[in-house]
Every structure is written in structure tokens, then in C-alpha cells.
Write a protein that binds this ligand. Structure first.
Ligand code: 0PR
Length: 357
């Protein structure tokens, strides 16, 4: 075969600074490949990966403080968030509420907008204060038709954690369900002093993605629920399969995500994830300090994301120099301190920044 006909190799992570994904753990990479051709969507035909999925959910439950976890490995956070809305909508309809709404902070990931559109549910986005849900605004937005309140534990742009217990209280006061999106934050927060987990608050469902800070291979999202009722509200009958029903949104699913989740968790929970969290936090604090020392305003990292107010031209120059960086809605450079974003990488980035200033 001609060299030009071959697919290019995957790009290196060297200069990827704004991504929530990272290099999988070596064991996760190995097991993703081993289980590539298995389909957890058909448990009767693929029992081995089905057993592994139960293990994956047990790990996610242990991480998120849930004793008897229900759930499955989804294609990603988008699917998990769609499913949280879908379960809440279906349950509200069963209770006789037809025109349901969902209340979420404006910091919520755009997947909630997709979910609301798909499910024909009104999405009420409420303001934030310093990047966290404004409780008074949430309280004003909920009503008897609210099927779901959403809290974010680790926002996409600034890594902020909403007041989870208080949001749970507001959801409870109107009989709504409560979902926490910890898609990225879930593998970091157990090592912080935040209240965010099923053991801290009355949470019904959670998004917690192994393919982000969990170091599993893509696609591995996590959908967790406290009660079986949630999965039952999602399940459809599968007449020609040997299984009773299917709760996942997609039919055929990759066993790679399931197997690599288990492999990553076996290798890293809890000590490896704690080390990753500590290194990332130290790097984020160091980077924030370096920006400040250069007179660049930063949003202080709560979780290891640093948002820095760089001039537009400098941002473009850094992109042209090959740095894979993105901006927040307000235009700040966003550095997500994932495991591949080492101190050496950050030093090289600052050297480039200094040489272009
Ligand atoms: N919830 C939160 C809090 C998220 O940050 C994201 C994705 C999702 C849900 C949706 O997850 P999936 O993308 O798995 O469906 N956050 C990242 C973002 O939008 C996704 C991402 C990851 C983007 C890697 C770029 C990238 O290189 O920024």
C-alpha cells in the first residue's frame, strides 16, 4: 500500500490543553481492544462483558457513594444526561404530569439542550453566581410541573461545583427528581472536600464518565441511579432478545468502554485516582500563579481547570503555534489539567506564551 493511502496515526496529546479526555491507562487500552467486538446490548449472547458491566457499575457506585448502584456504561455524558431527563419525564408522565419542565443552571453542559429538544421538555436555565447555580433563582424557577432539577459537580468551563445538597432540597420541595452531572468531576471529587455524592445528598441519578477523568477508552460514559425504578422507567421490551428489556439509549454498544472502565478502575481506584487528582490540582494552582505573575487575570481553579483572560491575538498565535486550546463562552483560555498535561507541558506552553508577548 502506498504510504499516502494509509490512515494517519492518532495525534499526540503533547499540546492538547483544553480537552476533558486523555490517554487511557495502559490496562484500559489493552482491555478496550480485547473486548472491541463484544456487545453489552445483548447480554444473553455476550455474558462475559455483561458481567464486566456489573463490575463497572459497582466501581462507579463506590466512587459516587452509592451502595447498591443501578446503571450502565453509556456512550458518554451526553447519553447519560439524556437518559436522566428521559427517566424523569417518563416517571412524571406516569404520575399524570404531561407538560413537564427541567430546571438547570446556565453552566450546565449543552447536552441538556439536546436532551430537552429530543424529549420535548421545557428547559429552564437559571443564572449562576460565580459559576454556581443561584439557589434563589432555582427556587423561583421550579414548580409542580418540574420533573427534574440538575446540579453540576464540575462544570465544563470553570470546574465549578454547585451546592448539591441545597439543590437536592429544592428538588424535594416540589417533588422533582434530582440529577447530578459529574461527567468530568466524578473521578476527582472523592478526593476533595466537596459534598457532591449520593452519600452527601438525596440524588436520584448521576452522570460520571470513565472516558474523561477515569482514564478509560472512549466510549465510556457512566449513568448511575439510586433506584431500580429509574432504569425501569427507561426500559423497553426486547421481544426477540433473551433479555427482559433494554434501558440504554443505544442498542448495540461497544464492550470496549465497559472492559476499559473495569481495567482503569482496577488499576487506579482509589490510590491512582487520588494521585492524579493531587498532581492535577498542584499543576492547576501552579499555572494560575504563573498567569497571575504575568499580570493575566485568572478564574481560580476549584477543580483543576484554569481559565485565563488572554488577549485574542495571543490566543490565536498560540493556536497557530500548535497548541490545542479552546475558550470559554466569555473568551478566556481554558486549560484542563488532565493527566497528559504535565508540568513539563505547561512549562513549554508558558515559554511559548512568553516568547509571543
Ligand atoms: N457533562 C459535562 C459536565 C461535560 O463537561 C460534558 C462534556 C458532557 C456532559 C458531555 O459528555 P460527552 O462529550 O461524553 O457526551 N464536556 C467536554 C466539552 O464539551 C467534552 C469534550 C471532551 C470536549 C474532550 C472536547 C474534548 O476534547 O468540552
Amino acid at each position: 500500500m502506498q504510504r499516502a493511502d494509509r490512515a494517519p496515526g492518532p495525534q499526540s496529546f503533547d499540546r492538547v490543553l483544553s480537552s476533558m479526555c486523555t490517554e487511557p491507562h495502559p490496562a484500559a487500552r489493552r482491555d478496550a481492544e480485547r473486548f472491541l467486538a463484544t456487545n453489552p446490548g445483548d447480554p444473553a449472547s455476550y455474558p462475559v462483558v455483561t458481567d464486566l458491566e456489573a463490575e463497572a457499575i459497582d466501581y462507579l457506585g463506590a466512587i459516587a457513594g452509592l451502595e447498591d448502584p443501578q446503571g450502565y456504561v453509556a456512550s458518554g455524558g451526553t447519553e447519560a444526561n439524556i437518559q436522566a431527563l428521559r427517566a424523569a419525564r417518563n416517571l412524571a408522565r406516569e404520575d399524570g404530569t404531561s407538560e413537564v419542565n427541567v430546571v438547570a443552571p446556565e453552566s450546565a453542559h449543552f447536552s441538556f439542550r439536546k436532551a430537552a429538544g429530543l424529549l420535548d421538555v421545557e428547559l429552564r436555565l437559571v443564572p449562576t453566581v460565580d459559576g454556581r447555580a443561584d439557589l434563589a433563582a432555582v427556587e423561583a424557577a421550579v414548580d409542580a410541573e418540574t420533573a427534574l432539577v440538575v446540579g453540576v459537580a464540575g462544570t465544563t468551563e470553570y470546574g465549578r461545583v454547585d451546592p448539591i445538597a441545597e439543590l437536592a432540597g429544592i428538588a424535594g420541595s416540589v417533588g422533582a427528581r434530582f440529577h447530578v452531572d459529574a461527567a468530568w468531576g466524578g473521578f476527582l471529587l472523592p478526593f476533595s472536600d466537596h459534598d457532591w455524592s449520593f452519600s452527601d445528598a438525596d440524588i436520584d441519578s448521576m452522570t460520571i464518565d470513565p472516558h474523561k477523568a477515569g482514564r478509560a477508552a472512549i466510549p465510556a460514559g457512566g449513568f448511575l441511579a439510586r433506584d431500580r425504578e429509574t432504569l425501569d422507567a427507561l426500559a423497553v421490551e426486547t421481544p426477540y432478545l433473551e433479555s427482559a428489556g433494554q434501558a440504554s439509549l443505544t442498542g448495540t454498544r461497544s464492550g470496549a468502554g465497559v472492559a476499559s472502565t473495569v481495567a482503569a478502575c482496577e488499576a487506579l481506584w482509589p490510590d491512582g485516582y487520588r494521585e492524579t487528582y493531587e498532581r492535577a490540582t498542584t499543576n492547576a494552582e501552579w499555572l494560575a500563579g504563573e498567569f497571575k505573575a504575568r499580570g493575566v487575570a485568572v478564574v481560580d481553579p476549584e477543580l483543576p481547570i484554569v481559565a485565563a483572560d488572554l488577549p485574542e491575538e495571543l490566543f490565536e498565535t498560540l493556536r497557530d503555534a500548535g497548541w490545542r486550546v479552546s475558550r470559554t463562552g466569555r473568551g478566556e483560555l481554558r486549560v484542563v489539567c488532565m493527566p497528559h498535561v504535565t508540568r513539563t507541558v505547561l512549562e513549554r506552553f508558558l515559554d511559548d506564551l512568553d516568547s509571543h508577548r
